[in-house]
Design a protein around this ligand. Structure first.
Ligand SMILES: [Zn+2]
Length: 316
């Protein structure tokens, strides 16, 4: 018996869904459907300074409009701080207060990790210097030599990161008082019983830190599949700032047509062959939401088979 599949989509409410976040949502939704699993929506509003008022509601309306509904209660990170505090207590022996500011860490010139953050030099590892006060909480990573964390991504293949060299001790609670994304995501995935994470490749570099946290907390490591990040013509990752078009209901009368068009764009980006052409005539593209999803689920299964990215099947 294998554990039943539980997947999720976990957007940050910093703006409406755009082509990039929609592609990740569609991939996670299809993967859950193909495996007969559950698909959950979680609002990652833990970084309250970056939350745009009303954005979470807009995202939920967009998902509803596209025909993607959560198979469970929608969870909001901002309402789960007790869980993050409890996890921090379980990590006690690995957590310490850090008095460094951003400038001091950058000045240490250890370089930046793959996610662009300066590698922390361990300044406060053995206690704060006299007169310094803790600004943030950091998690101790293993010593160099014992710090490699590897995993196999279903799309990206074998990955490995050396935490001591590529990240250093990383932040669990930030100087502004908010819990760090890395802790919240690990706690929530474990608490919600998530078995499969399908998300954008911009989070590939965060995965080893999350696996390290899972090991320290004694929770299972899910399977991972990172889909490519949608970029604009200048090669920049799409975001509100780089002018991504928001996905939204069109004017009255073409709501469903606009929804199908947005989903077809996401499907094309993901490489889905929705209607495999018969030898004689190509099958028509779907005209309704129901028809889209009906074609997209088997198309995702075919894509996984082509890429050898399916899940191990259980011998039941
Ligand atoms: Zn420090």
């Amino acid at each position: 018996m294998t554990t039943p599949y539980v997947g999720r989509f976990a957007p940050s409410p910093t703006g409406p869904l755009h082509a990039g976040s929609l592609a990740a949502a569609v991939a996670s939704y299809l993967d859950a459907r193909v495996h007969g699993g559950k698909w959950l929506i979680r609002i990652e509003d833990i970084d309250e300074g970056r939350v745009v008022p009303g954005a979470a509601e807009t995202i939920l309306e967009q998902l509803d409009w596209l025909g993607m509904h959560s198979d469970g209660e929608i969870v909001w990170q901002s309402r789960r701080k007790d869980l993050y505090q409890a996890a921090r207590e379980r990590l006690a022996g690995y957590v310490y207060g850090c008095g460094c500011n951003r400038r001091e860490i950058a000045d240490s010139r250890l370089g930046v990790g793959p996610d662009g953050a300066a590698v922390y030099p361990g300044t406060c590892r053995h206690g704060l210097a006299p007169g310094r006060e803790a600004r943030s909480l950091r998690l101790r990573v293993p010593e160099a030599g014992e710090d490699a964390i590897g995993f196999t991504d279903r799309f990206a293949g074998r990955q490995q990161q050396r935490l001591a060299i590529e990240s250093g001790d990383f932040v669990l609670k930030r100087a502004d008082g908010y819990w760090a994304y890395q802790l919240a995501v690990v706690v929530d995935d474990a608490e919600q019983g998530v078995t499969d994470i399908v998300r954008g490749a911009d989070l590939l570099d965060s995965t080893p830190r999350q696996i390290y946290l899972q090991r320290l907390l004694g929770v299972p490591t899910p399977r991972y599949l990172h889909v490519p990040v949608v970029r604009n013509a200048n090669g920049e990752k799409l975001s509100k700032q780089t002018g991504a078009l928001a996905v939204q209901p069109g004017p009255d009368g073409n709501g469903e047509r606009a929804a199908v068009a947005a989903l077809l764009d996401a499907a094309r980006f993901l490489g889905l062959q929705l209607a495999p052409a018969a030898a004689s005539a190509p099958a028509p593209l779907p005209a309704s939401l129901a028809a889209f999803w009906q074609q997209a689920v088997p198309a995702w299964a075919r894509l996984l088979a082509e890429r050898g990215a399916g899940l191990p099947t259980s011998a039941s």
